[in-house]
Design a binder for this molecule. Sequence first.
Ligand code: CU
Length: 155
Amino acid sequence: MKPRVTLALLALALLHHAPPTYAAEPAPQAVTVSAAWARATPPGMAVAAVYLTLRGGPRADRLVGAATSRAAMAQIHVVSAAAGMAQMRPTEGVDVPARESVALAPQGTHIMLMDLPQPLVAGERFPLTLQFEQAGKIDVSVEVRAPGTAPPSAH
Ligand SMILES: [Cu+2]
């Protein structure tokens, strides 16, 4: 045999297979989360909505919950049009199909933060933990944006 070659191959194998559990189990973060943001809240307003984009990994997953230290409660809400009015209500989960993007965006599904002890201030970031059926907990950083999309007539 050629010991040097064997060692080199062994080193390569170790590099490429560390940590070894990856080979048998799905990646711990099967879902990726990006562009998490919320609008700044005016003083006295105790609710806010978080929007973000979910990208499915090799396997389908499901967002089933959220939590943050910035709010007493966080719920996943879906929006439906009933009798000409947009209404939101809690939902038990949001499906994230494999390798597909799911956008939580204004006028649609969002993560509702309730009982904010302090307003969200434009420019700050706060942590949000998302709970998935398969991927478990994923921590994200939510960017707080100024409510700058209001039309001029709002002034
Ligand atoms: Cu809501």
